[in-house]
Design a protein around this ligand. Structure first.
Ligand code: ADP
Ligand code: MG
Length: 377
């Protein structure tokens, strides 16, 4: 560990690769992620199921266990020790004992299912107090006060402390896990699809609460979900992952107003519009590739309606095309100010482009030539 001058950066991930050993070779689930997380932001990690979001989260949390392993890379965490200094630790190289201390105290985790973390045989108060005692030197009185404060913050009555998990609804259980995560006042919380198992209305309320808590406590939140609508509501800045890589990182407003990567455009066009009078969603043609064999060049090229020759050959580097806007796409090889703006590229509209995309054409050919389809199946 070495002392660093304080900055806005809380975390700096460099060329992180987290792979899984399988009988068919290495599944390169996270395969070269570069990402910087700022203090006090809500960072939304987006991308279709299977793109590597959870594997990246586990990498950052030091929870990589076989068959997963860290192939290479760094995850530098700048823990603040006083108002003006921060101490950097590479979480990848941190010994397991130090990482356990770091987790909860400085970096907390809210998993997808409360079932995975709450013990069915202990009352809520025991579970919360045990976590507090394990990581701090608080007195019993201080710990209990802290526990009730946290329960209150997540909208739970003090009486919940005496209950067992089976006496709580799904939403209440998930609130308990959030109370546990904030109980040690960590600097960073990583929440991996924490509300996907819940009813939509409960989801909505919990998301709003989480946003308020993050602002009140001044903490940084990395929120993982494939649900773009949630990101629109919650995130300050977001990162879009595709096939183990970050393809676009930008403030949430720019991401939705002017998505630069065709994959981001596809994700946005796939959001169901409630009451928007839009019956048919365009979606993204084709399927995500396998992490056992990524396509050459840009990994999105087989599904991209704007594919060019260069896309099949060269991996597009991540470029800062405008302040705070990063994209890895051959359509944007230079900063926006120096090149044509996306509007000037005179690309067809996403929906129109998709209908012309090679994958869609191929599917249509199969459908039209009935016999060919049978031969192929
Ligand atoms: P996401 O959270 O975005 O849905 P994951 O990080 O869970 O994605 O998975 C990324 C990729 O890693 C997927 O292609 C998945 O099949 C693969 N993967 C996940 N767990 C394992 C495992 N235990 N063994 C082999 N491959 C795995
Ligand atoms: Mg996941």
């Amino acid at each position: 560990m070495n002392a660093q001058s304080n900055s806005k950066t809380l975390m700096e991930i460099k060329d992180l690769r987290v792979w899984y050993r399988t009988t068919r070779g290495n599944a390169q689930a996270v395969d070269g992620v570069d990402l910087t997380i700022q203090r006090n932001e809500i960072f939304g990690l987006a991308g279709e199921s299977g793109c590597g979001k959870s594997t990246l989260a586990k990498g950052i949390l030091g929870m990589v266990k076989l068959p997963a392993f860290v192939e290479s890379g760094e995850a530098n965490f700048y823990r603040s020790v006083s108002g003006s200094t921060a101490v950097a630790s590479d979480l990848i190289k941190l010994p397991a004992r130090d990482m356990r201390k770091m987790r909860w105290r400085h970096i907390a985790y809210v998993p997808q299912s409360a079932m995975n973390v709450l013990s069915p045989v202990a009352r809520v108060e025991k579970q919360l107090l045990d976590a507090i005692f394990e990581h701090t030197n608080m007195s019993k009185k201080e710990a209990r006060d802290r526990m009730f404060e946290c329960l209150d913050m997540v909208g739970l009555e003090p009486a919940v402390a005496r209950m067992y998990p089976h006496e709580l609804s799904g939403g209440m259980k998930q609130r308990v896990t959030i109370a546990a995560a904030i109980s040690l006042k960590p600097e960073l919380i990583i929440a991996d699809e924490p509300t996907t198992a819940l009813d939509v209305n409960v989801q909505q309320v919990i998301l709003q609460e989480l946003k308020e808590i993050a602002a009140d406590l001044g903490l940084t939140l990395i929120y993982v979900t494939h649900d773009m609508a949630v990101h629109a509501e919650l995130a300050d800045r977001m990162g879009i992952m595709y096939s183990g890589l970050m393809v676009e990182v930008a403030p949430v407003v720019e991401t939705f107003k002017e998505p630069l990567h065709p994959y981001t455009q596809g994700l946005i066009s796939s959001i169901p519009m409630i009451g928007g009078g839009r019956e048919r969603m365009t979606g993204i043609p084709g399927n995500a590739p396998s992490p056992l064999a990524w396509p050459a060049g840009c990994r999105f090229h087989p599904r991209c309606p704007y594919v060019m020759e260069v896309c099949r050959e060269k991996v597009p580097p991540m470029i800062e095309v405008a302040p705070n806007r990063l994209v890895a796409c051959h359509l944007h090889p230079t900063p926006l100010s120096e090149s044509a703006s996306p509007a000037d590229l005179s690309l067809p509209d996403w929906e129109e482009a998709v209908s012309q995309a090679p994958v869609v054409q191929a599917i249509q050919d199969i459908k039209e030539g009935g016999e060919t389809a049978e031969e192929l199946s």
